[in-house]
Design a protein around this ligand. Structure first.
Ligand SMILES: Cc1cc2nc3c(=O)[nH]c(=O)nc-3n(C[C@H](O)[C@H](O)[C@H](O)COP(=O)(O)OP(=O)(O)OC[C@H]3O[C@@H](n4cnc5c(N)ncnc54)[C@H](O)[C@@H]3O)c2cc1C
Length: 427
């Protein structure tokens, strides 16, 4: 980590604005390949306790391809102790009208192969592991608690002005600064966004019964209520609720909040106790008109954002990271300009269809699952029954949730990232 205060401009090959999980992962991929990278990270380094002190109290369900990428970046081993296998995904449709019992369907990963759907990891653990990895990469300068104040276009790329008084230049600037991306606005890339009348309440619980590695998504009229297994007898909760009600829930004292939680969990996990804090995330979707401009690229939530349904968001964003990192590593190995306009256009082309189809699916699924209409309720029941009784359909759905029909970026297939400088030394 570098903390100098100097007026001389930092010079790097790539500069990344935003140290969310996507920006950190891209810095780790590029740094592993020996590409000189600056990461401007507004957040402070994390305290040691991955649960209690976490600013971000969410977990991420990572599919195997995303884990392969983190492994290639040298940032998976540190997560393993806190990672929980996701073996079964259970979808529950509540009873309505004269129905007495809910209908539910299990998607069991053991029906299609030996490995689980993926692993659930606290975001704080992912951040800590990625920050540790960056510390070990001489090619990366990671400036924590630092803001990008201004972005100015010059002949050879963008100059950043940082909150610590430093300026920075690079062949390529990457916006990884989240949904409201200041860099996207400064560069002038237009986007469209649409809010939903929903907020996701997140928290962790401890419970007396084992979760048996089953993740349960129950469809309530206001939105899904999801229990995702964590290590031991713990689970993380994503409770999508109508926004004004979510605010009321978040304002309740711990005892009353836990009572409301228990009503949703319906005894599935035995006795339940809240641990850590609660947070609320207003839900919206967003799509940038372009993922690139002159010597500039957008990744992850700075380029696209989805409602948090079916654990897609970061997995989709890590595919941006894998595709862009691979293009940049190849270009660097050839000794070419990393801000090349054809490379950036290729990145945009490679990502757009995957992003648009996942965004449309998540939007449709959110509207379909969060609806009190009797007809849609019946359609959901029929759908679940078809999936429950017709194994090929169930297997197809499981496989398409774990892979992209558009192909898997090679850095997500188990391929290593080679550092050209290290390879030369070995030879
Ligand atoms: C409730 C919930 C549950 C989810 N569960 C899952 C899941 O199970 N699986 C999954 O794949 N996805 C999930 N997601 C989605 C996932 O969490 C997001 O896609 C991911 O966290 C976004 O990461 P990011 O790095 O793109 O953006 P962010 O995390 O928003 O990071 C952007 C960073 O840029 C920084 N920044 C902004 N402006 C500046 C500036 N001027 N200078 C410097 N830095 C700046 C911000 O401080 C921030 O740190 C979930 C989302 C929600 C809301």
């Amino acid at each position: 980590m570098t903390d100098q205060n100097s007026s001389a401009a930092l010079a790097n090959q790539v500069q990344i604005i935003g140290g969310g999980l996507a920006g950190l992962s891209l810095a780790a991929a590029l740094g592993t390949a020996g590409i000189k990278t600056l990461l401007v990270d507004l957040e402070p380094p994390l305290p040691e306790d991955p649960y209690q002190d976490a600013k971000d109290n969410r977990t991420t369900a990572l599919i195997q391809n995303s884990i392969n990428l983190l492994n290639a970046c040298g940032a998976w081993a540190g997560c393993e102790e806190y990672a929980t296998a996701l073996t079964v995904m259970r979808i529950v449709n509540l009873p309505r009208g004269k129905q007495k019992y809910p209908s539910s369907t299990d998607f069991d990963s053991r029906e299609i192969n030996d490995s689980p759907f993926g692993f659930n990891v606290p975001n704080a653990v992912l951040r800590r592991t990625l920050c540790d990895r960056l510390r070990k990469l001489p090619a990366v300068t990671h400036l924590t608690s630092t803001k990008m104040e201004r972005l100015e276009e010059g002949d050879n790329g963008y100059t950043l002005t940082l909150s610590n008084g430093q300026r920075s230049i690079a062949e390529l600037t990457i916006g990884a600064d989240g949904k409201n991306s200041p860099s996207r606005k400064d560069v002038g890339i237009k986007s469209m966004s649409w809010p939903y009348p929903q907020t996701a309440i997140t928290c962790y619980i401890e419970h007396s019964k084992s979760h048996q590695n089953v993740s349960t998504e129950t469809h309530f009229p206001a939105g899904p209520f999801t229990l995702v297994p964590m290590t031991g007898k713990r689970s993380s909760i994503v409770w999508v609720e109508e926004t004004s009600l979510a605010k009321k829930m978040l304002a309740l004292d711990e005892e009353d909040f836990t009572k409301k939680l228990k009503e949703k969990i319906k005894g599935r996990l035995g006795d339940v106790k809240l641990f850590g804090k609660r947070s609320g995330f207003p839900i919206s979707a967003m799509l940038s008109n372009s993922f690139h401009a002159n010597r500039f690229a957008l990744i992850a939530e700075a380029a696209h954002a989805l409602p948090p349904i079916a654990a897609q968001g970061l997995n989709l964003s890590l595919r941006d990271v894998a595709v862009l990192a691979e293009l940049l590593i190849d270009q660097n190995n050839k000794g070419n300009d990393l801000g090349d306009s054809q490379l950036l256009a290729e990145y945009d082309r490679a990502r757009r269809l995957d992003v648009v189809t996942r965004l449309a699916a998540a939007d449709g699924l959110n509207r379909f699952a969060s609806n009190d209409s009797a007809i849609l309720h019946k359609v959901r029941d029929l759908g679940l029954s078809a999936v429950r009784n017709f194994a090929p359909l169930r297997h197809f759905m499981m496989k398409s949730g774990m892979t992209s029909p558009l192909g898997t970026p090679s850095l997500m297939t188990g391929k290593e990232i080679k550092n050209k400088a290290n390879v030369a030394k070995v030879i």
